[in-house]
Write a protein that binds this ligand. Structure first.
Ligand code: PMP
Length: 452
């Protein structure tokens, strides 16, 4: 099939995620890429044009497209068992994966509950936390505390604990009543403040909230270190330390949503290590399978697990399930991904790559419409503003980031923006030259988007 036919048939039959479909219709607003194959950091269209996947296909890909190690593992698994119900059955990939995840994550995390996408893992943690308190004789602990600008997925529970208006406000009447606390976003720092200062200052609001609401709160949920969908806003690990301590003091669970930042993105295997802290629930997905197959896991503690372990008649079990929970193919992709981490110096290499990214993007700091170039490990973001001194944003209707995206596509780079934030979150197999190329394309795109 040629790409034009494919695009026409797509337009007649599909409804794409996170997209105003009319944008595809109006010439030039949003081009549709028909991708035929992928290899390493590259995606290739039907005409053989290549695009560097600077966003790791929505932050999932770690070791490149068509990675030989992961491909081989999935092929091998395919010949043995593609799927089996995980209630009443078990299989080797899911057991080995659980053991390895428990060994890799902070010590109190001893149990893996699988789901099949990130939002579903968030739902698992919310329900489990609420249900834990209920089983322990505290049915009044029903509410969740989240941070401004947070994002935890699109299903109703996950959306409820998010705070990005663009995704949430339409559905406000359907949301759970949550408590939203101003977060430690370092972009909001005042003159002379460090990110640690911001974390400490903002934490006072969390402390006050916990003091008032702990009796009715089940858990606090946070994206450790980077609020990704909220525009790659970053905060200091000090906030995690303070939060862990306060959750313990006030008897509230801490849910760490590392769906986007886990598996080496922030410089350490898990962002929580930079506290260092151990959450009561650690949520992983995306990079878990190297970006191959949908799989998610909520890791939790013996303390939580034991609250559900009881005689059947007590009806204390966690009766949550998803059909594809613990899918063997996905687990094999995850095991192969962990093999790569084990056999190669991934985190060390990432540290060097992160330095290259920092160097390559540094010149953009001087641009009159760049408010900030910020970075945590393998996540780097450039925030465009209308006025640099006051940090007044461009009106969102102007869609400046989209202009960078369109420029990127012309030049062979997939730089899908988050509003007026252009960012790099590339696969870990990217090279120094490719980083240079992305920085150059982003710079040109910013010129085109701002006219200077
Ligand atoms: N939490 C975070 C921090 C995320 O970034 C995302 C996805 N962008 C999710 C949850 C939801 O994951 P999924 O898209 O797999 O439902």
């Amino acid at each position: 099939m040629d790409s034009n036919t494919l695009k026409q048939r797509d337009h007649a039959a599909l409804w794409h995620p996170c997209t105003q479909m009319k944008d595809y219709e109006e010439e030039g607003v949003l081009p549709m890429l028909a991708i035929r194959r992928g290899e390493g950091v590259w995606l290739e269209d039907f005409e053989g044009k290549r695009y560097l996947d600077a966003v790791s296909s929505w932050w999932v890909n770690l070791f490149g497209h068509a990675n030989p190690v992961i491909n081989a593992a999935i092929r091998d698994q395919l010949e043995q068992l593609e799927h089996v119900i995980l209630a009443g059955c078990t299989h080797e990939p899911v057991v080995r994966l659980s053991e390895r995840l428990i060994a890799l994550t902070p010590e109190p995390l001893t149990r893996c509950f699988f789901a099949d996408n990130g939002s579903a893992a968030v739902e698992v943690a919310l329900k489990m936390s609420f249900h834990y308190w209920r089983n322990r004789g505290h049915p009044e602990k029903q509410r969740f505390i989240c941070l401004t600008n947070s994002y935890h997925g699109e299903t109703l529970g996950a959306l409820s604990v998010g705070a990005v208006d663009l995704y949430r406000s339409t559905y406000a009447p359907l949301m759970l009543p949550v408590i939203t606390v101003p977060g430690p976003d370092c972009f909001e720092r005042e003159e002379g403040e460090t990110c640690t200062d911001v974390a400490r200052r903002q934490f006072e609001l969390m402390e006050a909230t916990l003091a008032t609401h702990a009796h009715e709160a089940a858990a606090v949920i946070i994206e450790p270190l980077v609020q990704c969908a909220g525009g790659m806003r970053m905060h200091d690990p000090e906030y995690l330390r303070l939060l862990r301590d306060a959750c313990d003091r006030h008897g509230v669970h801490l849910i760490a949503d590392e769906i986007a930042v886990g598996f080496g993105r922030t410089g350490t295997m898990f962002a929580c290590e930079q506290g260092p802290i151990a959450p009561d629930f650690l949520l992983l997905s995306k990079g878990l399978t190297g970006g191959y197959l949908p799989l998610a896991v909520a890791l939790t503690t013996d303390e939580v697990y034991d609250a559900f372990y009881d005689d059947y008649e007590k009806l204390n079990a966690f009766l949550h399930s998803h059909s594809y929970t613990g899918n063997p193919l996905a687990c094999r992709a995850a095991l192969a991904t962990l093999d790569i981490f084990e056999n190669e110096p991934v985190l060390e290499r990432n540290r060097i790559l992160a330095e290259h990214i920092a160097k390559a993007l540094a010149p953009l700091r001087d641009h009159p419409n760049v408010a900030e170039v910020r970075q945590t490990g393998m996540i780097a973001a450039v925030e465009l503003v209308q006025d640099k001194a006051s940090r007044t944003p461009f009106p969102w209707q102007e869609r400046r980031g989209l202009e960078i995206y369109r420029h990127g596509l012309e030049r062979g780079a997939l730089l899908r923006p988050l509003g007026n934030v252009s960012y790099l979150m590339p696969p870990y197999v990217i090279t120094e030259d490719q980083i240079g190329f992305l920085a150059e394309v982003m710079g040109e795109g910013i010129e085109r988007a701002t006219g200077c």
